[in-house]
Design a protein. Structure first.
Length: 336
């Protein structure tokens, strides 16, 4: 490469690096004033599992009791942000999985401000990790990767919302990217087993990723890749079993899982409307057309442009590649 072209390339990389840093700092400044109203609920239940005798977090009485207990604790801290979010969440909306609450309890210190700040740093790291891994898998250049980090941090409202509210979508993106790296790049004959374990843990953490597993399984079955299905199923059983055991140990009972499933059946629609920022395609269509199109949308994702049609995507193994669109990977962040 001529010296002039090399200098221009280096200058372009430096500028994009600075833009990525600016995007990350911009989203941090934008989200920092937020109280973390989603994170607060995860944090409270995690704290209750560590320090309180409350285990019935999936009942109305338990939600009200926990809300009142931690409102009183927030007032004693004299922390205005913690008090404000505790007053907003006087009755908790505990519909997340037991494993998710166990994970938050494991890594929390009891100091709300510190834990919220650390969690937001984790979300930033998950976003960067997910983008870097996906760009590497798709053989994109360093400059393209830096540009993607800049765009999907500072100028991407779904991530801004995730960081402000303290939700788990970016964690899911990182788990999904880690799974793709394992099955696409790891040189180990049991990589499908490890990939299945990651899927099992991810689904136990938040079960909306079960649609990813379902799409992959259907694709492999239709293409006769039963060995891959078998290894993934075994791995998912191991990962899911670890999650079930860990949560049951924290809750002190196996019934936490049946209580959670019963709570899901009574999940009120009013807590997840579009007006509250739920921009999932199925929810938007449901609000506009009055029809539940989640399953048709999931099925419709399969016939999309396969990765194997694009030269940059040829390193994905069969099955994974045909379920993941090169042009549409940023949309996964939105759909989370």
């Amino acid at each position: 490469m001529p010296i002039g072209n090399r200098s221009f390339k280096n200058s372009e990389t430096i500028l994009l690096l600075l833009l990525a840093i600016f995007g990350l700092s911009l989203v941090w400044r934008t989200a920092a004033p937020g109280a973390g109203i989603d994170f607060y609920q995860f944090w409270v239940v995690g704290q209750a599992l560590k320090y309180s005798a409350v285990t019935d977090v999936y009942t109305d009485d338990g939600r009200t009791r926990l809300g009142a207990e931690y409102l009183e604790k927030a007032r004693r801290t004299a922390n205005p942000r913690q008090t404000a979010v505790a007053e907003f969440r006087q009755k908790l909306q505990t519909y997340s999985s037991p494993f998710l609450y166990s994970a938050f309890g494991l890594f929390s210190t009891g100091n709300y401000e510190m834990d919220l700040r650390h969690y937001r740093i984790l979300l930033l790291a998950c976003l960067v990790f997910g983008i870097v891994v996906l760009c590497r898998l798709l053989n994109h250049s360093l400059n393209t990767t830096l540009g993607a980090v800049a765009i999907f941090s500072g100028w991407f409202d779904p991530f801004v919302s995730d960081l402000r509210m303290g939700n788990v979508n970016s964690v899911q993106l990182a788990l999904f990217a880690a799974y793709l790296w394992v099955v696409a790049r790891l040189r180990w004959r049991h990589r499908d087993l490890l990939g299945g374990a990651l899927i099992g843990l991810a689904v136990a953490f938040k079960p909306n990723l079960v649609f990813v597993a379902a799409v992959l399984a259907v694709d492999w079955i239709l293409n006769g890749r039963f060995r891959r299905v078998g290894f993934h199923a075994a791995g998912a059983a191991i990962g899911g079993g670890i999650a079930i055991l860990a949560a049951a140990a924290d809750f002190g009972t196996w019934r936490c899982w049946t209580s959670w499933m019963a709570a899901l059946k009574s999940l009120p629609d009013e807590i997840i409307p579009v007006q509250n920022g739920n921009y999932a395609p199925a929810r938007i269509l449901d609000g506009g057309l009055g029809a539940d199109l989640a399953i048709p949308l999931a099925a419709g994702m399969r016939p999309g442009q396969p990765l194997t049609h694009f030269p940059r995507c040829s390193r994905f193994p069969p099955g994974v590649s045909s379920s993941f669109s090169c042009r549409g990977w940023p949309g996964f962040i939105t759909m989370c």
